[in-house]
Design a protein. Structure first.
Length: 403
């Protein structure tokens, strides 16, 4: 028991660095009361933020599939409430994580896992030739802009608290000069996955990113990632560059079928022009994410249609098109109509002369030796004929293409 206690104390004394779980699906946006449909626009803006956080790419909101999904943003929302910031009404939204991931799959966009690198930020500001370190609770416009931009991208940041250990553990000149050893020692008390050193001069920011644990910075020969940004949005530019760095390294494209899809059969597809025209027509529908070709047989085409809406909504949109008409296929019947009850198989046994006692049998008489049945007396079974239901078609809808 004593050795176990010593082992546990030893484990607790070791620095434990782990990725940080980021809540990327919750956001709050302002409602512009001066615009028509201000609340709907706010929902779309919130969904854009979540898509960027989840994919790790800013241009993901320009994807055609995402653009269509934004028009029905309400179906991706799990919780909605109202708030207020000053005199401005806000929407507090929680988006459905499974639906957002499914949308990224449909759009063939990457997914940046929610366990992400937490960065310790050493920010040094220079004003009138006076340099100072910005601590967690310091009043700093640059720090506020960095935090907001990091929230928008889902990038976890930690600023040093500025207590006695921090103040005595590092000098401003160490950070400004980018000296690895003091940066490594001063950062070691924080359980982070990397260190970001920023030097601010007015609207100009220069930064070094040490993409390793604090303890490894002094021992490693790997040079930090460097960059610079200028202008009123320099802090946003900086965070976008760092977020892009980690997203490109960690984000993955999830290959697989959409959670909502329908197999559709199209008739009268006679040539390549018909095929490509049909493909372009279907992908233009608001309810369609993308298509997979399953089978081409003669002038018949089988497609898996990945949906952004319900099957009913897709059917309504498709039937409104001038070149598509619904075809009534006799094989398409409901599952319950196809179901044929199978009667239980009952064994019918014909009695033999030894199966029962006659009226003259009395209790007191000696027991009669059992007689084994002969071939002519053996048990017989009546055959049961079961009708098999018709084979269920592989498709769920049939349309005819009017070329």
């Amino acid at each position: 028991m004593r050795y176990l206690a010593l082992l546990m104390i030893g484990c607790l004394s070791l620095p434990a660095y782990a990725l940080t779980q980021v809540d990327i699906y919750r956001t709050e946006v302002a409602i512009d009361s001066t615009k028509d449909k201000g609340e709907e626009l706010a929902r779309q803006q919130a969904m854009k933020q979540v898509i960027v956080r989840a994919s790790g790419y800013q241009d993901s909101v320009d994807n055609p599939v995402v653009t269509k999904a934004l028009q029905s943003s309400a179906r991706y929302i799990s919780q909605l409430s109202y708030g207020k910031e000053g005199d401005v009404m806000t929407l507090k939204l929680l988006f459905n994580d499974a639906q957002i991931r499914s949308l990224l799959t449909q759009a063939q966009l990457p997914f940046w896992p929610t366990n992400r690198n937490n960065l310790l930020v050493w920010l040094v500001e220079e004003q009138n030739y006076d340099r100072k370190i910005v601590w967690e609770h310091s009043a700093s416009n640059v720090s506020d802009q960095l935090k907001q931009a990091a929230r928008d991208r889902g990038l976890p940041l930690t600023l040093p608290v500025g207590d006695f250990d921090d103040i005595t553990g590092i000098e401003v000149s160490d950070l400004w000069g980018g000296f690895a050893k003091p940066i490594s020692l001063a950062s070691g008390r924080y359980p982070v996955d990397g260190v970001l050193v920023i030097r601010a001069q007015g609207n100009s920011l220069r930064w070094n990113l040490y993409d390793q644990s604090p303890g490894a910075i002094a021992r490693s020969n790997v040079a930090p990632v460097t960059g610079s940004a200028n202008g009123g949005d320099a802090a946003t530019q900086l965070i976008n560059a760092v977020a892009d760095f980690y997203a490109k390294r960690s984000a993955v494209v999830v290959l697989g079928e959409s959670s909502e899809s329908v197999v559709v059969k199209f008739l009268n597809i006679n040539n390549a022009i018909d095929f490509f025209t049909l493909e372009k027509t279907l992908t233009s529908l608001n309810s369609v994410a993308n298509l997979d070709v399953l089978e081409i047989k003669g002038n018949e085409l089988m497609l898996r249609v990945h949906l952004l809406a319900s099957q009913e909504a897709f059917e309504q949109e498709a039937t409104k098109l001038s070149k598509i008409t619904k075809f009534d296929d006799p094989l398409l019947v409901e599952d319950e109509e196809n179901a044929v009850p199978v009667p239980p198989i009952e064994t019918q046994v014909q009695p033999t002369k030894n199966d029962a006692l006659t009226k003259n049998d009395e209790v007191g008489e000696p027991a009669i030796e059992p007689i084994m049945p002969t071939l002519n007396e053996e048990t017989t079974h009546s055959p049961v004929v079961v009708e098999q239901p018709p084979a269920k078609p592989k498709y769920q809808m049939v349309f005819e293409w009017l070329s």
